[in-house]
Design a protein around this ligand. Structure first.
Ligand code: C2E
Ligand code: CA
Ligand code: CA
Length: 730
């Protein structure tokens, strides 16, 4: 309901949506950055690790090559062949030539020399000579190498004409005394032609280099590997790097284990916290900026909604205003046009609102309007539109009612609701509502058309006596069309009233004697197209448009001017209630009298019951003022309005004019009795009496018989132009 829709919530879903979106974005970026960092760190680590492993493998290969190279370079001379054959062994020659040199320059830890019969002819560790038995632990690893070497030497030399080549290296990893080592075998002096008399019967040099302690510290020192150690088992630590030492037979001798350099992880460890901190700070800054922006957006949205609400709603009641109403009606009519469903438009106008506003003040008026709005909203469904069009005018759009009778029921309810008293801070106000209804598509599917018709129906409701509703019908439209045409023509005619307007006079006679005592002035309109138009066709239009004041004044002056020709005749002029209510009326009459020089007693004003019934203080005062001037006042059309006969004495008038309808009815018993009663009541209250509309001799005879004072009617004289009156008088 419109009144209930007024609150705009502060926490719009858009702010929550913003926080969710922002959080999600931050999370995604964070995950991406961390993931990328982690990935690149790992990649860098992997590269570094692979490099370390290949470095270690390369070093081992280089070590083997170095040993082989050292063995070969020291044994390629003839002297060695000679010394080898000497028994007992000349250790004095062996020590400097074969082993000390090796140890000092080639870092070979142990050296052995085998005779062609594989006897240990020389053994040494470092600078110390050993007993041949020291070879035993080495033999397990060295023997297969030695056998292979001998078989190669045999085939090489046996190939006829083959040139002696550099001796091949034979080396393997071995575990000696629980230590990893390289064992390398070489023939001594066999590169020299004829060095060995029988192929394969060379002396063999066996070199051992241990791969732990000094070797590992050199390795670490030269190549930047951290804490390289030897281990029999692979390291259990995930973070450790290792290279396996695998012998020729595929046996694992052990592992070199070291702490990998891991530059990626180091980088992450170094910059990670800074990066994280930076991102947290950045996120905070971005959040505060973005949330400020979001708040601004929400505020803007809020004020836009507010502005929109103000632009489309009535400030006093919170109902839709005219702009909104028109929009909603257009929408409803569009639906009607598409689906053929009914849309009802109710135009509503408060009765007597102005009085409440005038007597209780504007704040009370405002409070009243608000209460009316609430009652209206309560009478319709949530999706019907209640709008305030201004002042005390409202409109209601009812979409797809269950039928026309449903609308009639709603209207009746609203009329009843608004008739209930309103409590305005202590005082009770009684007002009413008039409602005009039009329907789409029946009365039109266009907004302008539909509102016009609802307005016409509303006008009719007010004319019918207010506090009621009227549904639009086609004949109402006819009324309005002719009324509008009348307005236009009247306004034009009044530019020069003497041209199109004329006053006719109907004579009035004393019933008993037939003497003519007066005339009643009756207005005629010489319409350029319609010809002579009688007042019934345009007086009400003149009253509604307010033109009656100008027109009435023109009639009055015309009549008073004409009346100068018949000083003996009373002239009666019809006065509209609208004229009587005007403050200026008495002054107008006075000045017209003065101008014409007519005696006030010669003038009689005919007032209708309605004018006198609605007698406000002003009308009562005007009546007193007029009679004070010496002007007579007559109650016209007596019997047609609200008055009961017993009220006759309450009217402050001099004369009563019995309406034509009573005169027509004198041929019935009741009609006759009624007229008789009026005659006696009038004479009892000292009122003068005229019977109107006498058309037959019977009526005339009856009126004379019952003692009616004066008569007027077609039987005795029709309304006529002024010059005809003069002729009658003659
Ligand atoms: P009214 O004041 O009741 O005037 C008498 C009407 O009855 C006149 O109609 C008259 O022609 C008609 N009439 C008179 N005798 C007979 C009769 O025997 N039979 C029938 N059937 N009708 C008779 P008219 O002239 O058409 O005027 C109609 C009404 O217009 C008047 O009713 C009066 O209320 C109003 N009116 C006329 N002139 C003026 C005017 O200058 N100012 C104002 N405000 N109203 C006027
Ligand atoms: Ca009259
Ligand atoms: Ca009359």
């Amino acid at each position: 309901m419109l009144l209930k829709r007024l609150q705009i919530t502060r926490h719009t879903p858009s702010s929550t949506r913003f926080i969710v979106a922002f959080g999600a974005t931050v999370l995604v970026v964070l995950v991406l950055v961390i993931g990328l960092l982690n990935w690149s760190g790992r990649e860098v680590d992997r590269f570094a690790y692979e490099r370390d492993r290949s470095t270690v493998s390369l070093l081992l290969r280089q070590t083997i090559a170095r040993i082989g190279f050292a063995q070969r370079s020291s044994m390629v001379w003839d002297a060695s062949a000679h010394e080898l054959r000497r028994r007992p062994v000349n250790t004095a020659w062996f020590d400097p030539n074969l082993n000390v040199w090796f140890h000092d320059l080639a870092a070979i830890d142990e050296a052995y020399v085998l005779s062609p019969d594989d006897d240990i002819i020389y053994a040494r560790r470092g600078r110390h000579r050993l007993v041949p038995a020291a070879y035993t632990p080495v033999a397990a690893a060295a023997d297969p190498l030695v056998q292979r070497l001998r078989s190669i030497l045999r085939t090489r030399i046996s190939s006829p004409g083959g040139l002696p080549r550099m001796s091949p290296t034979h080396a393997d990893y071995a575990l000696l005394h629980g230590r990893p080592a390289i064992v390398s075998v070489k023939p001594i002096g066999s590169n020299i032609r004829m060095a060995a008399p029988t192929p394969g019967r060379d002396a063999i040099h066996v070199a051992v280099v241990y791969l732990d302690r000094g070797y590992l510290s050199r390795l670490g020192g030269h190549y930047g590997l951290d804490d390289v150690t030897y281990s029999r088992q692979p390291s259990a630590l995930a973070s450790a790097a290792s290279v396996a030492l695998i012998g020729r037979q595929g046996q694992t001798i052990g592992y070199f284990v070291w702490k990998p350099f891991a530059p990626g992880s180091r980088l992450i460890a170094a910059i990670g916290p800074i990066l994280l901190l930076g991102m947290v700070v950045l996120t905070c800054v971005m959040y505060s900026l973005a949330s400020r922006l979001a708040r601004r957006t929400v505020d803007l949205e809020q004020s836009r909604l507010q502005a929109q609400h103000q632009a489309t709603h009535d400030a006093l009641t919170g109902l839709a205003n005219r702009a909104m109403f028109e929009q909603r009606l257009d929408e409803a009519l569009l639906r009607s046009r598409r689906s053929g469903a009914i849309t009802a438009l109710l135009y509503l106008d408060l009765d007597r609102f102005k009085q409440v506003n005038d007597t209780l003040g504007h704040p009370a008026g405002d409070a009243l309007i608000r209460q009316v709005a609430r009652r209206l909203v309560d009478e319709v469904r949530d999706y019907d539109v209640v709008a305030r069009l201004g002042g005390d005018e409202f409109a209601i759009i009812i979409s797809e009612p269950s039928g026309y009778s449903a609308i009639e029921r709603i209207c009746a309810r609203i009329v009843a609701e608004i008739e209930r008293p309103f409590d305005l801070s202590g005082s009770q106000a009684y007002i009413g509502a008039s409602i005009g209804v039009s329907f789409a598509p029946q009365d039109g599917v266009d907004r302008i058309e539909l509102t016009r018709k609802a307005d016409i129906a509303l006008y009719k409701a007010k004319m019918n006596g207010r506090s009621r509703f009227v549904l639009f019908t086609a004949d109402l439209d006819e009324d309005v069309r002719s009324r509008e045409a009348n307005y236009r023509d009247l306004r034009q005619a009044l530019d020069d009233p003497d041209r199109q307007f004329a006053v006719h006079y109907q004579p009035i006679f004393v019933a008993a004697t037939g003497e003519m005592t007066g005339v009643e002035a009756l207005l005629r309109w010489e319409h350029p197209e319609l010809g002579l138009v009688t007042p019934g066709g345009f007086i009400s239009a003149a009253e509604e448009s307010g033109l009656i004041e100008v027109l009435g004044e023109w009639v009055l002056r015309r009549v008073l001017r004409d009346a100068r020709a018949w000083p003996s005749l009373r002239v009666a002029v019809n006065v509209s209630p609208v004229q009587l209510r005007s403050r200026a009326f008495v002054d107008t009459v006075r000045s017209a009298l003065d101008e014409s020089g007519i005696a006030p007693g010669q003038l009689e004003l005919e007032l209708t019951e309605t004018a006198l019934m609605s007698a406000s203080d002003e009308v009562g005062q005007a009546l007193r003022d007029l009679r004070g001037l010496g002007i007579a006042c007559a109650l016209d059309d007596f019997g047609t309005g609200y008055s009961s006969l017993s009220h006759i004495r309450d009217f402050a008038v001099d004369r009563i004019k019995i309406d034509r309808s009573f005169v027509q009815a004198v041929d019935t018993v009741q009609g006759a009795a009624l007229v008789e009663a009026i005659v006696s009541l009038a004479s009892a209250n000292g009122l003068r009496l005229t019977a109107e509309g006498v058309e037959t001799e019977e009526q005339y005879a009856f009126l004379r018989r019952v003692g009616c004072e004066e008569v007027q009617g077609f039987l005795l004289g029709r309304p006529m132009p002024m010059r005809d009156v003069a002729r009658i008088l003659e």
